[in-house]
Design a protein around this ligand. Structure first.
Ligand code: FAD
Ligand code: SF4
Length: 465
């Protein structure tokens, strides 16, 4: 601990955000960074409390407390305070392959567990983490690391989301030859096609993929491993296969959508928006521009849909939430996330309506969606209905192609990543169920340790669980 009284002297200062009125007019990142002296003060607030629950990463009553990656938080907070950013980087990279992702989108369960937060406000752990890694990239401190020698073992990772990328990165650094196959045109999984650009710019994902490629990982996009012939080939050609295909099967909306056009799942809509605005493609899913948009659901996906619809220039946006408002109050107030702030700025009101569900769809004579009838008897104009009501597990087709047993998610023994099929492993949302980027990285790292042990009989890779 560099400054014993730091937590008494300085108050918590979060990274500022661009104002909602301005940021909603573009797709650029909305987070800004603190100046260096203010950052050093934030680092010095860490008490080095002796029992750093912030790095414990535990599940308690279904919620995560502490960092699932066991990031060495007090150490790098101290080094931020003393200005030793180089050492901070090396300690950060010990536990986290991709701090530039978690530093932007992690809900920071570490901060929930911070001792400083019991009587005051927790340390700005996530912002500190982002500052270390972005500073290092800006100053060319993130160096290419190639393994000193190759093991001659070949590993195929199926799926290039954070779990697949973490597993690939770990095994590549151990000297195994890693190929990542991905069914989409670009790698990154939900980092690329789910989380919108303003939260996680796509050039940040691209920068990491380029670095990994430079370090020896091969990426092959446009390959669907759910094709049994592809699966059999991968099983033949590789010493181990790790399935990291996510858990993106949407939960059905429970509405009769037969013959109605204009109803999509949140992930379909967000993917199309990325393709349209970041990759200049023309996807089949329509833009929200000029449309009355209704979004069903709450949570990250629903918020990202609201923010995306606003940026596309929707005529109106309403978010229907099944549970009553009182279930969401914190200290008597309804928390606003970034999308709700933006809706207030653009349309002058919070887009959420609570304790309401869609009962029926109204279509015009051409089968186009024209409105929705709600459970409170209202008819809302709507030409684009987006369902963001959660996920029902992983897709069965990939599991069937590899002969892997699954029940919503791939079945593995508790705390293990190997499946019922010899040399096939599973990690990330596909094994765990829809979760968080930080858990996906933790899964990928731990699966890599198990695969390494399987290939060479021992491992020195770290496990997170
Ligand atoms: C809209 C949205 C917003 C989110 N926001 C956040 C957030 O702010 N913070 C946070 O921590 N978490 C967030 N999450 C959750 C987080 O993105 C996921 O938990 C995480 O991406 C899971 O990583 P994964 O690698 O297991 O799977 P994914 O990221 O889903 O990647 C799976 C990959 O496998 C590929 N694949 C699937 N089938 C095949 C096949 N047959 N052949 C080849 N490849 C295949 C897919 O194309 C995809 O690239 C969000 C999720 C969504 C949907
Ligand atoms: S990865 Fe998430 S939980 Fe871990 S230190 Fe960073 S912000 Fe906290």
């Amino acid at each position: 601990m560099g400054k014993p009284t730091g937590f008494l002297e300085y108050i918590r200062k979060d990274d500022p955000s661009r104002c909602p009125e301005e940021r909603v007019r573009d797709w650029e990142a909305f987070h800004l960074s603190l100046p260096d002296d203010a950052r050093a003060q934030q680092g010095s607030r860490c008490m080095n409390c002796g029992v750093p629950y912030c790095q414990a990463g535990m599940m308690y009553e279904g919620r995560t407390f502490g960092c699932p990656l066991h990031n060495l938080i007090p150490e790098w907070n101290d080094m931020i305070m003393s200005g030793n950013r180089g050492h901070a980087l090396s300690r950060l990279l010990k536990a986290n392959n991709f701090p530039e992702f978690t530093g932007r989108v992690c809900p920071a369960p570490c901060e929930q567990a911070c001792i400083c937060g019991i009587y005051g406000s927790s340390i700005t752990i996530r912002d500190n983490e982002l500052c270390i890694i972005e500073d290092a990239f800006a100053n060319k401190q993130v160096k290419r690391r190639r393994p000193p020698q190759w093991s001659g073992r070949k590993v195929c990772v199926v799926g290039s989301g954070p779990a697949g990328l973490a597993a690939a990165d770990q095994l590549n650094h151990r000297g195994h030859s890693v190929t990542v196959v991905e069914k989409e045109a670009y790698p990154g999984g939900l980092l690329t096609y789910g989380i919108p650009n303003m939260k996680l710019p796509k050039d940040v994902v691209k920068r990491r993929i380029e670095l990994m490629t430079d370090e020896g990982v091969s990426f092959v996009c446009g390959v669907d491993a759910a094709d049994p012939a592809v699966a059999q080939r991968l099983l033949r050609e590789y010493d181990a296969v790790i399935l990291c295909c996510g858990a993106g099967k949407p939960r059905p909306l429970g509405l009769d959508t037969e013959g109605v056009s204009g109803v999509y799942y949140g992930t379909e809509y967000l993917k199309a928006a990325v393709e349209r605005h970041q990759f200049a493609l023309e996807p089949a899913v329509p833009t929200a521009e000029g449309r009355d948009v209704v979004i069903i659901g709450t949570g990250d996906t629903a918020s990202d849909c609201v923010a995306t619809a606003l940026r596309e220039g929707c005529k109106s946006v309403i978010q229907l939430v099944r549970r009553p408002e009182k279930d969401y109050l914190k200290d008597g107030k309804l928390p606003l996330d970034y999308a709700h702030e933006e809706a207030l700025a653009v349309h002058g009101r919070d887009p959420r309506r609570f304790a309401v569900q869609v009962k029926e769809l109204v279509k015009d004579e051409n089968g186009n969606l024209a409105g929705v009838v709600t459970s409170d008897g209202d008819t809302l104009p709507c030409q684009l209905l987006i369902g963001a009501t959660g996920f029902a597990g992983c897709r069965e087709d990939v599991c069937a192609a590899f002969g892997v047993e699954a029940d919503r998610t791939v079945r593995t023994e508790a705390g293990r990543f190997s499946t019922n099929v010899e040399k096939v492993f599973a990690a990330g949302d596909m094994r765990r169920g829809q979760s968080l980027v930080v858990w996906a990285i933790a899964e990928g790292r731990t699966a890599a340790a198990e695969v390494d042990e399987y290939l060479v009989g021992y491992t020195n890779l770290m496990r997170c669980m």
